[in-house]
Design a binder for this molecule. Structure first.
Ligand code: ADP
Length: 540
């Protein structure tokens, strides 16, 4: 092989920051905070304060490869940790505060974190858990210097720590494969598992995420990530925004419809995203108040299936186009994104929408997809055959943190545990998560398809379908729906609505109006639902 003769510059997260501070120096970053006024600065300011933070980390004794935990909402201080920690060669473990206390302690200990940076909201939680995390040497409160320190345990103050430091830092050059972020999957079965992103994987993911067939960001966009920064680094949005020079708006933990509406209007947000539950709340808010969506034009929604009715309402009623994203913590998380192609656009808007609103997305450069049968044989990309979805590429996991064994097969394929079809145009459609699949009388039923139809029934806020034991059919689907406040929907109405679209034998065996529990990442908690309703059809 003849070696190429180009520079082997490492892809480092500090490089993204340095570039943004030079190329988009005056572009704004705006942040809500837990109990302080809105914060405003620029990419240049972010660079300066991240440098101060990197010096402070050094003075705390944090060195290359050390782990630091953040227990924080979407704020500018959290963003500074996003750059300072990996920029200095350490690893940021973004703890998920919605994990159970046991899981949270497990992840901090498993990460081996030496310092923990936290928002004030977490003082009561940390007061209870601190003794169980003996390796943490430093607790740093992410708050204004004048704000009173918690009396419950000794802490340092973030602003006081960085105030004394220089606003420039000689970002070290090191191997681009050095770990950068440690994100734990929610571990619906067993302990959470740590996915350790590298500088290289984060930067490649961020470059690809901004492409026109992906999120299509430009310097004219104002981005507000409503995916939590602890959920797969807010899907990489902060980095994608920095590369593309987008204004960035961080909503803290205030993701209710009214708070989002206020930021969208005041800051001119053009693009946002997150899990469907957030956008259900937002739609509910604008439809109740009759308010406009202002400058909002585009959304990326994913993490669980986007109901077609949601995409359609945003588009038709509010002129906001929705791109669905499928991904997982293990894929950084971009897997596929539903973007149009000239071929399907030529078929007219209805045909285009039929595809865009019902597929999880289209193949992206940098992440290969395939489906296989139970024996591991490749299945055709014909939009009909469905099988185990496998992925590989430079931002897909190779092995979990502290695991001795690889998470992929000999050819590098990672089994996602999702069941999907892929069509000849590269559109992928998830029919179920393998553990949520419903097998009734030997045949498969797609819970996602039924949920999607039920979610379009007027009055329905969230629809969930799970399979439960049935004495004759081994398993049958039941439908649990949570209604919008003040609405009534009867079983007959739901049945009539589903009968229009759903195959007869897929019709749920029971219709239950109840609250739908959510997981730590805001998805329908099907494990809990199966547990609650496991005997519902036992005597059928
Ligand atoms: P957790 O398991 O902690 O919730 P992840 O966010 O990594 O964490 O979950 C990934 C899973 O979420 C995927 O394997 C898939 O089952 C589901 N998922 C993500 N996006 C979508 C989508 N657009 N449609 C359907 N399912 C999705």
């Amino acid at each position: 092989m003849l070696q190429g003769l180009m520079q082997n510059a490492p892809l480092l997260i500090s490089g993204v920051l340095r570039y943004a501070a030079l190329a988009h120096d005056d572009r704004e970053i705006v942040s809500r905070l837990v109990d302080e006024p809105i914060w405003r600065y620029t990419y240049k300011g972010l660079h300066a304060r991240s440098a101060q933070c990197a010096h402070a980390l050094k003075h705390l004794g944090i060195g290359e490869g050390d782990r630091v935990t953040s227990l924080a909402w979407n704020t500018h201080r959290h963003l500074e940790l996003f750059y300072a920690v990996p920029g200095a060669g350490a690893v940021l473990h973004t703890a998920n505060p919605r994990f159970s206390e046991e899981q949270l302690v497990y992840t901090v200990n498993h990460a081996g974190s030496r310092a923990l940076f936290f928002d004030r909201s977490f003082v009561p939680l940390l007061t209870r858990l601190r003794a169980k995390m003996p390796a943490v040497e430093h607790y740093v409160l992410l708050a204004d210097e004048t704000s009173a320190p918690p009396s419950e345990f000794p802490t340092q103050n973030y602003e006081a720590l960085i105030a004394r430091e220089a606003a420039t830092f000689a970002w070290p050059a090191f191997d681009e494969n050095a770990g950068a972020f440690l994100c734990y999957t929610s571990g619906t079965t067993g302990d959470p598992k740590g996915v350790l992103y590298s500088n290289r994987s984060v930067v490649l993911h961020a470059i690809a995420g901004g492409l026109s067939g992906a999120l299509d960001f430009s310097a004219f966009d104002c981005i507000m990530p409503c995916q939590s920064m602890y959920h797969a680094t807010a899907w990489g949005l902060p980095f994608i925004a920095a590369i593309n020079g987008c204004k960035l708006v961080l909503p803290c933990d205030k993701m209710d419809g009214a708070s989002l509406h206020e930021l969208i209007h005041k800051e001119g947000v053009t693009f946002s995203g997150g899990v469907p539950t957030i956008w259900t709340m937002y739609l509910d808010h604008v439809s109740r108040t009759g308010e406009s969506v202002g400058t909002l034009r585009r959304l990326v929604i994913g993490g669980s299936a986007v109901p077609r009715a949601m995409a359609e309402t945003f588009d038709k009623k509010y002129g906001v186009s929705v791109r669905q994203l499928w991904g997982m913590t293990e894929t950084s998380p971009i897997g596929v994104i539903a973007s149009p192609t000239p071929e399907i656009a030529a078929a007219g808007p209805d045909a285009l929408n039929d595809i865009i609103w019902t597929r999880q997305g289209r193949m992206q450069f940098g992440i290969e997809l395939k489906i296989t049968d139970a024996d591991g044989n490749d299945l055709p990309h014909d939009g009909v055959a469905s099988g185990n979805l496998k992925v590989r590429g430079p931002w897909t996991i190779e092995r979990y943190f502290r695991s001795e064994t690889s998470a992929v097969d000999a050819d590098g394929w990672f089994d996602t545990s999702d069941i999907a079809t892929i069509d000849s145009a590269g559109f992928m459609r998830i029919t179920d998560r393998s553990k949520d699949v419903i097998k009734s009388g030997g045949e498969w039923i797609s819970s996602i398809d039924i949920e999607n139809t039920a979610a379009a029934c007027p009055g329905v806020k969230t629809a969930a379908v799970v399979g439960v034991y049935h004495p004759k059919w081994e398993e049958r689907p039941i439908l649990i729906v949570e209604l919008h406040v003040g609405r009534t929907v009867t079983e007959e109405q739901l049945r009539a609505h589903l009968a229009l679209k759903v195959t007869k034998w897929w019709m749920p065996e029971a219709f239950i109006i109840a609250d739908v529990p959510l997981t730590s990442t805001g998805k329908i908690d099907k494990k809990k639902l199966r547990e609650i309703y496991k005997d519902h059809l036992r005597h059928s």
